[in-house]
Each structure stands twice: as structure tokens, then as C-alpha cells.
Design a protein around this ligand. Structure first.
Ligand SMILES: [Fe+2]
Length: 467
């Protein structure tokens, strides 16, 4: 028995070493929205030269175009890629409806609730009790709009403990911006593999097939947008550089497996908000080469170049926008992905935490790690909050008292912390899972503002200075 355990341990070490070597050698192309070309090095010359669709492709591959925009979109927004694969995606049995789990696009499940909402960390099921993969672990928390008219968004929480194995997923409804919070994701895509760790994000665009391996109990957030793609925000007077720089976005390189699956590989599709599954006889990751500008990509939030006030007052949090999914109204987003990274706070004569406000936008916030400055307790990694249009919010009473008296020396803000916001111009509804089934809603959230007291001094205009 003792020997047996030693052998197992040795084998485990070898597997672990191989895995570590694989993960360390992940390769990427770089640049946001670039025209890229990639061939699996096992098949040099797999990309046809000078044309997209030759009569016979190199290595007898099939050519397949994946369109991410209308054919006639202007060049600046036109997105498509050409995939050269062992079998075309159409080689599958018919799709059939499967259990929806907690995925929904029904925004009328429960009555609207204008209150400030906050969730404790969403619970991840234990692998020893129930095996849950990335897709069966999707839970829709809130959202708005209409999938069929390509206008809207959803916020999902993923809670999983098992790799997808011989299952992949693709979304006919929109793009997924995935924010892992606990546990890394090894994501197989038709374009190659990406390792996405907490404090990194990735975007899997509409139609792209992917499968997620996880290595522990894993949790994260997803922003889904319908009918639009994420773009880098315009920089205006900031100039040519800053915020998320295009070169820091990483794209996988071509990688294929020629894996025949007599028992069937399962392709799961989210279509008009419902889940369907079909079997096929080969792994979908059979793309030997590809070229184009419609790809998955990832980004490390540490690379965000922060702009901030160096005199007094606050710039609006739009300065922290990483990616935006624009609506047809100029300057108004279906959703912005905004982060609050580590930075210096140096503003003079200023109340430095976020100001009290009411916003015409919906603000969903999550915390990847650390402590958010405006709420020291209660808003925890893996939890969330939703402040709906015109719902007032701001620092809790303790934060107000401390910040009003703090000595305004330059100070580090948010070291070891990464909070983020999905901000939308749409008024989001919360799902039944969000309000009830998850059992994570913090019923006492409103109490953090109850100790706020009046400091009004009608006889004295000049307030007392810092202690
Ligand atoms: Fe806010």
C-alpha cells in the first residue's frame, strides 16, 4: 500500500509538472482588434496564400468563416475570421433543448426592487458533494433588454468545481466578458488556448466555441452584451496612450487536436436565452490555422494605466473604463467595464473616497480581491452590489467620518485590491436566483448608511479642519 501511494504521488508530480510546463509556455499574439494570422506549428503553411477559400485547402482542411459583424459594416467595425479546420462546425447531430439551470433572460421573474442591493460572496458548490462545470455553474443575476433585437445585457455569476471535459459552449446571443475571481481558467477555444487568472479578464465573442478547465473551486463574474462588441474607449484629451493600451490585449495562437469522439462530443449553445446541446464525433478544437480580427482575447488588469486627479476633486469614474460596449447613442454604453485599480490619491482639499451620488446608469460592482475603499466591511471578494438608476449610494458612515478628518498626504489607494463595475445605461432587473435562491442577498445593507448624522452648523460656515 505504501509503495502504491508513492507511485501515485510520483505520477501526480509528473502530471503536475507537465501541466505547469504547459501553462508556463502559453503563447499569445498581441494587440486589440488586430488582423492576426496563426498556424499550429505542426502544420506549417496551413493558411492559404493570397485567398481565403481555395478549391482545396492546404492539408485538405475545410475553410470556414466566422462573422462577428454584418458583412456590410464599415471597415472600422467589420469583424470576421477565417478558420481552417479538420471538419466544419456544421458536422453535428441536431440540437436539443437541455436543462436551463439558473440561466435566464426573463427579466420579470420577480417584482422590481429599487433598493441598494448587496450580495455576500456567492457560494461555490463543493466538488465532493456535486460536480459542477462552467456551464452548469452559470447563474444569471440581473440584466435588461432583449436578445432577439440584439440590445441588452446580462450579469452572470459562475460557480464551478469541475472541468468541462468533452463539452464546449458557444453563445449565439452575445459576447461574454469573463472576470475570474477565484481559481484560474484554462480556456480551450477554436483559436487556441488561454490561461486566465484572477486579476485578468477575457472576452469570448459571440459564436466562438470554448471549453473551460478549472483546478479548484472556482468563481467569477460574466458581463454578457447582446448585439455589440467591446471596444477600447476613446481617449479624448488624454491623447494616444493610457488606460488599457491596445498592445496588452493577448490573443491565443492556433492549436488543434484531432480527437475523434465515437461516444460524442457535446456542443452546448445558448440561443435566444435557452440552452441546447448537440453531439458531434470530433473535438471542436480542430482549427489548424486561422486569420482575421474576430478572436477571443485576454487582458491583465495590472497593465491598466490609471488617470486620476492631481489637483483637487474627482474625475468621474469613466476614467477607469477598460472596455466599452457602445449603444447607438453617442457616449451612452450598453455596458462599460470599469476597474478601481491600485493608485495614488493626492487630491488636495478634497473628500477623497467616491462621492455620494445618484446615477442615471445601473452600477453592478464586484470585488476580485482586497477591500474596497468606500466600504471596509460587507462588500467582500466574490460578492457584489447593484445600485440601480437614481438609487442613492456612497460611502458608509464610518468611511465618511474618517475621510472627512483625514490628513491629506499623498497615499496609496486600493493596494492589493481590485474592484470593478459593470455600468449600464439599461435599467437592470434582478432574477429570482439573485434575490432569493442564491440566499446571498445581504438584508442589512441599508444599515451601513443609517449612522450617517447631520453635521450642519448653521452658525459657522467654516467646518473644522482635519484632526
Ligand atoms: Fe456609484
Amino acid at each position: 500500500m505504501h509503495v502504491h501511494i508513492e507511485i501515485l504521488t510520483f505520477l501526480d508530480c509528473q502530471i503536475l509538472l507537465l501541466m505547469v510546463l504547459c501553462l508556463c509556455h502559453m503563447q499569445y499574439l498581441s494587440g486589440f482588434g488586430n488582423e492576426c494570422a496563426s498556424e499550429d506549428p505542426r502544420c506549417p503553411g496551413a493558411l492559404p496564400e493570397g485567398q481565403n477559400n481555395p478549391q482545396v485547402c492546404p492539408y485538405n482542411l475545410y475553410a470556414e468563416q466566422l462573422s462577428g459583424s454584418a458583412f456590410t459594416c464599415p471597415r472600422s467595425t467589420n469583424k470576421r475570421s477565417w478558420l481552417y479546420r479538420i471538419l466544419p462546425s456544421v458536422s453535428h447531430k441536431p440540437f436539443e433543448s437541455i436543462d436551463q439551470g439558473h440561466v435566464t433572460h426573463n427579466w420579470d421573474e420577480v417584482d422590481p426592487d429599487p433598493n441598494q442591493l448587496r450580495w455576500k460572496p456567492f457560494e461555490i458548490p463543493k466538488a465532493s458533494q456535486r460536480k459542477v462545470d462552467f456551464v452548469s455553474g452559470l447563474h444569471t443575476l440581473c440584466g435588461a433588454g432583449d436578445i432577439r433585437s440584439n440590445n441588452g445585457l446580462a450579469v452572470h455569476i459562475f460557480l464551478c468545481n469541475t472541468s468541462m471535459g468533452n463539452r464546449c459552449f458557444y453563445n449565439s446571443d452575445g459576447d461574454f466578458l469573463i472576470v475570474p475571481q477565484q481559481g484560474k481558467l484554462l480556456i480551450y477555444t477554436e483559436f487556441g488556448k488561454m490561461l486566465v487568472q484572477p486579476n485578468e479578464i477575457c472576452v469570448i465573442q459571440r459564436g466562438m466555441r470554448f471549453s473551460v478547465d478549472v483546478f479548484e473551486e472556482t468563481r467569477g463574474y460574466i458581463l454578457e452584451v447582446y448585439g455589440v462588441h467591446f471596444e477600447l474607449p476613446d481617449l479624448g484629451p488624454i491623447g494616444a496612450n493610457g488606460l488599457a493600451n491596445p498592445r496588452d490585449f493577448l490573443i491565443p495562437v492556433a492549436w488543434y487536436e484531432d480527437r475523434q469522439m465515437p461516444s460524442g462530443y457535446t456542443v452546448i449553445n445558448k440561443y435566444q436565452g435557452k440552452l441546447f446541446a448537440a453531439k458531434q464525433g470530433i473535438s471542436p478544437f480542430n482549427v489548424v490555422a486561422w486569420h482575421g480580427n474576430y478572436t477571443p482575447y485576454k487582458y491583465n488588469l495590472e497593465n491598466f494605466m490609471v488617470i486620476n486627479s492631481v489637483a483637487f476633486d474627482h474625475a468621474d469614474p469613466s476614467i477607469f473604463t477598460v472596455l466599452t460596449a457602445k449603444s447607438v447613442r453617442p457616449g451612452v454604453a450598453i455596458a462599460d467595464f470599469v476597474i478601481f485599480p491600485p493608485r495614488w490619491g493626492v487630491a488636495d482639499k478634497t473628500f477623497r473616497p467616491p462621492y455620494y451620488h445618484r446615477n442615471c446608469m445601473s452600477e453592478f460592482m464586484g470585488l476580485i480581491k482586497g477591500h474596497y475603499e468606500a466600504k471596509e466591511g460587507g462588500f467582500l471578494p466574490g460578492g457584489g452590489s447593484l445600485h440601480s438608476p437614481m438609487t442613492p449610494h456612497g460611502p458608509d458612515a464610518d468611511c465618511f467620518e474618517k475621510a472627512s478628518r483625514a490628513k491629506l498626504a499623498p497615499e496609496r489607494v486600493a493596494d492589493g485590491t481590485m474592484a470593478f463595475m459593470f455600468e449600464s445605461s439599461l435599467s437592470m432587473a434582478v432574477t429570482k436566483w439573485g434575490l432569493k435562491t442564491s440566499n446571498c442577498l445581504d438584508e442589512n445593507y441599508y444599515k451601513c448608511w443609517e449612522p450617517l448624522k447631520s453635521h450642519f452648523t448653521p452658525d459657522s460656515r467654516n467646518p473644522a479642519g482635519p484632526d
